[in-house]
Structure formats: C-alpha cells, structure tokens
Design a protein around this ligand. Structure first.
Ligand code: C2E
Ligand code: MG
Ligand code: MG
Ligand code: MG
Length: 299
C-alpha cells in the first residue's frame, strides 16, 4: 500500500520522492467532494437532458440526448468531467438508468406528433452500463415505462465496449434489435475496434468523431480518414453522421465526400427539450432566416 503510494507520488509528482504530496491530497479531497455531490445530484434530480439535432438535407431527423449537471454552487458541469468520475464510483449505473428513462419519456412525447413518427433519439451508453447483466432489462423497462416506440431509440456505444466478450455483446444487442432498437458507434475511429465487429453486430450507424471533422477542408489527414470511414460505411451499408460540424467549410467538404447526416454547432447547440422541439418542428432554412445567418444558419 505504502509502496504503491510512493510509486504513484514518484511517477506523477514533479518533485520525485514526495511521499506526501499536497497536490495529490488536494486532488483526493476534490474527488471525495465530487463523489458526495454526485450522490446528492442523483437524490435531488440535478440532472437534465439537452438535445442536439442531427440533420439531413433540410430537416432534423433525430437528436442526441446529452446529459447536463446543474451543480448548485459550481453551475453547469460538463459530462466530459463527471461521467468518467461516475464510472469510477459506480454511480454511472443510477445516472444511466435515469438518462434512459428520461430520454424515452421525451421521445415518447415527441412521437405523438405525426411528423415525428420516424424521428430518433440517440442515447449515450457507458461501457459500465452496457456490461451490467441486467442492461437489456433496464432498456426494456424504460421502453415499457415510457410507452415509447422503440424504433425511435438509438443507443450510442463506443468501440471499446464491443471488444470484450463478443458472444455476450451479440446477445444483448440482438435482443434489443429484435425490439426495434438501433445502434450507433460513437467517436468512430478513435477507439480500438476490430473492424470485423462491424458486420458481426447489428450496428446501423457510425459517427465520425469530431476530431476528424475539424478543419477537414484544410487538413489532409482528417480528409483521408473521413474518406476511408465513408467508404467503409458505404460498402457495409451503414449510415454515417459527421459529429462536431462547426463551419460551412467543414460542411461543404463533408458533403463533397458524400456524407449526408451532420451534427454540430453549425446547425445547433444541444438545447433543453422545449427549445429543441421548436427547432425540430421548423425546416432549417426557416431557422437560419430567423438567425439571419445565411443559407444553413448557425447558432
Ligand atoms: P459524445 O457522445 O461524442 O457527444 C458529442 C459531444 O460533442 C457533446 O459534448 C456535444 O455537446 C459536443 N458537440 C456537438 N457539436 C459540437 C461542435 O460543433 N463543436 C464542438 N466542439 N463540440 C460539439 P458534451 O455534451 O459535453 O458530452 C461529452 C461526452 O460526454 C459525450 O460525447 C459522451 O461521451 C458523454 N455523455 C454525454 N451525455 C451522456 C450520457 O447521458 N451518458 C453517458 N454515458 N455519456 C454521456
Ligand atoms: Mg454520443
Ligand atoms: Mg461522439
Ligand atoms: Mg465523445
């Protein structure tokens, strides 16, 4: 135990042999506090889902649900900060259950609009959640509890969670697919995934990570990788969404490569359900006129 602490202090500390590193202590305190606050957040419902449109041509075909934590003192805390934390502490399970239920309830409500019958809501799933023995039951409970049409529910998985026990993954995905649930591979290209999974599993969509989208019109490397992903998706008959589209230059380049679905600040930031609904129900050209920002309109 002491040796481990020494080892960690040595390998991470800048002062070499520091056994008791005040910086490490401060970090540990901060972690304990955050864990405490996460417990409270779950109890007191401090979470919210925002929804970011996914667009194709001139219309919004779906949204991605993105978790927001309104901390009473610290304000909005990014999921990029607290999700890894929630995973380490196991709290991701309770949080993930809530996300599934909330997203399904919201989608069920949107599905009552005749225009939105084919509309999808994508929900991010943590590898810890997916690995639970009762994961499928949890999803089924959210579907039944909300009355949502499962055809609209899309679960976003990441490459790393598929690289575990393939038979188990196949079984879980298969059961959910039978119900009508579809799957998307998030941040595609950034993880470690054997490409053979792509046709062994019922994956319907790849999301090109925003890292490859960024300045794709000027960065040869990003262009080459995105081209390869689009070709792969085309030959396996998978849909593709380009994530994190911020500029019209990026959008034009992606379109020139044959990409047809997009998500990013250029179209819309993630927004609370009501605001998202207003955006979903309007054609994009109307939105851009309202913002006075040219043909496609950014926010
Ligand atoms: P992600 O699933 O890849 O989600 C996309 C992230 O990119 C979101 O960040 C979104 O706000 C951001 N984004 C969208 N368009 C743009 C753009 O044009 N430019 C830039 N710079 N960013 C853009 P967010 O909401 O901070 O979420 C970060 C990550 O946290 C997500 O990445 C996802 O991995 C995780 N996450 C979010 N909500 C949940 C959840 O409910 N459950 C789980 N397990 N993870 C979640
Ligand atoms: Mg995602
Ligand atoms: Mg992503
Ligand atoms: Mg991500």
């Amino acid at each position: 135990q002491a040796e481990m602490a020494m080892y960690r202090a040595k390998s991470s500390g800048r002062n070499g042999v520091a056994f008791f590193d005040p910086q490490m202590q401060a970090q540990a305190d901060q972690r304990a506090m955050l864990t405490q606050d996460l417990h409270t957040a779950i109890r007191e419902c401090q979470f919210q889902l925002h929804y970011q449109p996914i667009v194709q041509q001139q219309s919004v075909t779906g949204v991605e649900a993105l978790l927001r934590w309104q901390h009473p003192e610290q304000g909005m805390i990014s999921p990029a900060v607290f999700i890894p934390f929630a995973e380490q502490t196991g709290l991701i399970i309770a949080i993930g259950d809530w996300v599934l239920m909330e997203a399904c309830q919201q989608l069920a409500c949107w599905q009552q609009q005749p225009e939105l019958r084919r509309f999808t809501c994508s929900v991010n799933i943590s590898s810890f959640q997916f690995a639970q023995a009762d994961f499928v039951e949890k999803v089924v409970a959210a579907i039944i509890g909300s009355g949502v049409n499962p055809e609209g529910l899309r679960l976003e998985l990441t490459e790393s969670m598929l690289a575990t026990d393939i038979a188990m993954v196949q079984e879980k995905m298969g059961k959910l697919q039978t119900l009508g649930v579809s799957f998307s591979l998030d941040d595609f290209g950034t993880g470690y995934c054997s490409l053979s999974y792509l046709h062994q599993l019922p994956i319907g969509q790849l999301k090109i990570d925003q890292k490859f989208v960024r300045n794709i019109h000027t960065r040869q490397g990003n262009l080459a990788i995105t081209k390869a992903i689009l070709a792969l998706a085309d030959s396996l008959d998978l849909d593709v969404v380009a994530e994190g589209v911020e500029t019209s230059e990026e959008l034009q380049q992606l379109k020139a490569l044959g990409c047809r679905s997009f998500q990013g600040y250029y179209f819309s930031r993630p927004m609370p359900a009501n605001a998202a609904f207003a955006k979903i129900m309007q054609p994009l050209n109307v939105i851009s006129l309202a913002h006075g920002r040219g043909p496609q309109g950014a926010t």
